[in-house]
Structures are given as C-alpha cells and as structure tokens.
Design a protein around this ligand. Structure first.
Ligand SMILES: [Zn+2]
Ligand SMILES: [Zn+2]
Ligand SMILES: [Zn+2]
Length: 181
C-alpha cells in the first residue's frame, strides 16, 4: 500500500521508562534537560568540556514511538522527553493559558516536553504532534472529550510549571490528574 494513501492506524511501540532529568551548569548557568532510561535518575555532578553539570531535578516519564499497523511507518518521538499537563503555575505560562481556553471546550491539553536546548525544527513538530493527538483521541473512551498535544515550548519554566508528567502508558487513556497546591 502506498504510504500517502494509508489511513494509518497507530500503535505505541518501543516504550522506554525512565526520567526527565534537568541539570544546570554552575559555571555559565545554562540549563538543559534530557531523558534517562534508567531506574533511578543520575544525580552525580560531572564535567563536560567547559560545563559543570549539576543535577536540578527529575520526573518519572516514558518515551515511545508510534508505528502504523498497516503500512509499517514509524514515527519516533525521541526528541520528546515526556508529556505533561499544566494545571496553573503562573498566569503567563502559555501552557496554562491554552489549557484554560481548551477546558471550556472539553479538551485536555498535554504538552510534549522537548530536549533543551531545542534541537528540533518547529515545522516537523506540528506534523508529529498532530499524529500524537490523533493517536490519543482514537483511544479516548470519555464521550465528548478531546485531547490536544501542544508543543512543550509553551511551558514558561519547567521548574515551576505545576503539572503532572505522564509516567505510565496507562495514564494516557484516563483523565489527567487534578493537581492541587
Ligand atoms: Zn499507515
Ligand atoms: Zn557551562
Ligand atoms: Zn505551566
């Protein structure tokens, strides 16, 4: 079957459990985040060239790819560290603003946190997040609800964004947790 004709029926494949790790160089104050597929987050400080990376925090997360059952096309999400909900951190967090607007329309917003510094093209991301949104919506069992996967750069500051990171494949099918302060 020609790939451009395929309707695509996505399945989650290549599931990896691990942690989103945030670290900061105490020399130049640069921050970065990455996915560590380990049982415990690596917390030791280390040197890399002129940088001295210091552990800042971590959250349990899961990485995966989507594979089409019909044509075999694979969409890897290796640049996505995890999916997160924002339930109100600061008034100027765009993820929070978008969640607030969508709440009215019964749409749940997940943001796809990306590697920092951002290495991906924003054009590609729109295409990939459309695939991801469709995957979740196809599996949603709550009538009248929708899921929108938005890009992670909407999050003002991952350190203060009050939300929940999805850490289990099963969590993708249920209502996002209400986060209380
Ligand atoms: Zn397909
Ligand atoms: Zn540095
Ligand atoms: Zn936020």
């Amino acid at each position: 079957m020609a790939k451009d004709r395929c309707e695509h029926s996505w399945s989650m494949t290549d599931v990896r459990y691990g942690f989103i790790v945030i670290e900061k160089c105490y020399h130049c104050k640069q921050e970065r985040s990455y996915f560590a597929a380990e049982h415990t987050p690596p917390k030791e400080e280390y040197r890399e060239g002129e940088h001295f990376w210091d552990y800042m925090g971590s959250a349990q997360s899961v990485q995966f790819s989507l594979t089409c059952d019909q044509c075999g096309e694979v969409v890897p999400f290796s640049e996505v560290l995890g999916l997160m909900t924002c339930s109100g951190c600061t008034p100027d967090c765009d993820a929070h603003v978008l969640s607030r607007i969508c709440e009215e329309q019964r749409i749940w917003v997940y943001v796809a946190l990306c590697y920092q510094p951002d290495i991906i093209s924003k054009n590609d991301m729109g295409e990939k997040l459309a695939v991801l949104s469709r995957y979740f919506n196809d599996r949603l069992r709550t009538p009248g609800k929708k899921i929108l996967v938005a890009p992670g750069w909407l999050v003002k500051d991952i350190d203060i964004c009050r939300g929940a990171v999805l850490k289990d494949v099963g969590m993708f099918q249920v209502e996002p947790e209400e986060v209380t302060s």
